[in-house]
Write a protein of this length. Structure first.
Length: 74
């Protein structure tokens, strides 16, 4: 859990939250040991609690990642 302190500081109380990751990708081989790949991941951590001068709030944190790469196999 991350909480906000007076003066704008940020404090981590070292608790763990459960979340999930959903993703998929493709990879295509080419001549000469080369291949190209692309991958998409969606990461979600629901019900993360934050505290500020205005009170406590639970919110979900989500993130999206798009990865691309080239591989060489020898």
């Amino acid at each position: 859990m991350t909480t906000f302190e007076k003066g704008g500081g940020l404090r981590d109380t070292d608790s763990r939250k459960l979340g999930y990751l959903v993703g998929g990708g493709v990879e295509q081989a080419f001549a000469g040991g080369l291949s190209a790949k692309i991958e998409y991941n969606y990461i979600r951590t629901p019900d993360v609690e934050t505290r500020s001068a205005f009170g406590t709030e639970k919110t979900g944190i989500g993130s999206q990642e798009l990865k691309a790469g080239i591989n060489y196999r020898f």
